[in-house]
Design a protein around this ligand. Sequence first.
Ligand code: ZN
Ligand code: ZN
Length: 345
Amino acid sequence: MRAARYHGPGDIRIESVDEPTLDSPKGAIVRVTHTAICGSDLWFYRGESDRDVPSRVGHEPMGIVEDVSDDVVSVEPGDRVFAPFFISCGRCEFCRKGLHTSCVNSGSWSGANGGAQGEYVHCPEADGTLIRVPDRHADDEETLRSILPLTDVMATGHHAAVSAGVEAGSSCAVVGDGAVGLCGVLAAKRLGAERIIAIGHHEDRLDIAEEFGATDRVSERGEAAVDRVREITNGGVNHVLECVGATSSMETAHEVCRPGGTVGYVGVPHGMGEGLDLEPFFRGNITLNGGVAPVRAYAEELLADVLQGTLDPSPIFTKTVDLDGVPEGYAAMDDREAIKVLVKP
Ligand SMILES: [Zn+2]
Ligand SMILES: [Zn+2]
């Protein structure tokens, strides 16, 4: 089969590789019809994080089940399914408490499982991982585009909002205007937030934030952004969604948080250098909550809203490519020409 492989910073190639095989009793083979390039893929692409060379890439698969092992009960060949960025069993202590990202039988989509930016993936834990799309929606392209962000960014934005304690009537701020930040706005709106301040540097992305429900936009940088938020909120908000993972965004997050408030953080920490200074959190009794999003725990709830037409994160896909267009897709995201790239292998 053909799949994207990482060969070093800035170097993604489409190559012939071995097709994944059904080699676990609970496994399934999925033909990937839709997948995406993630903001987190840019870290190895930019050489900011280490990755084996060459290695298969992609972790946001959606497709058609081709084959299943005997023990699989929840899906069968022909079903349309999607899956979180993390493989989970659904049976262990952590899966049962909704913390699928700490699954003791976990796995990733790369390596022998195929890499989601390719033609086929193997899921070793089909029942615990795959989410079936009901048949009557299974071939509706528009609906599938709206479901695909549930593999990662929409559920991650939702985790930020939940972790920040957003509820009906809340005032909140969202730090970051990437795909996760925009989905955080959508999630806060969905949970009933009354005031949503989107903080970012790109006017076109802040336009989408407003479409998604942001009531205010702040495009100043650094201290000026903090001053602006404090000014329009009379001292900050009680709920902050941190959707970047950089030292500067974490600083902005606590600086716009009101004393006693909560920062929900979901950006993968990177470039933290000597670590995060906890003193401002201490001084303001600010709670830091969140972490890697247990996407599987939220999938059914978010899918139900997409299917009933009340949730649509698809505007984050500003570019669509086929498998051969994946290298170009990475470049477009790296240049910030595209917010998120949809791939149709
Ligand atoms: Zn992702
Ligand atoms: Zn588990």
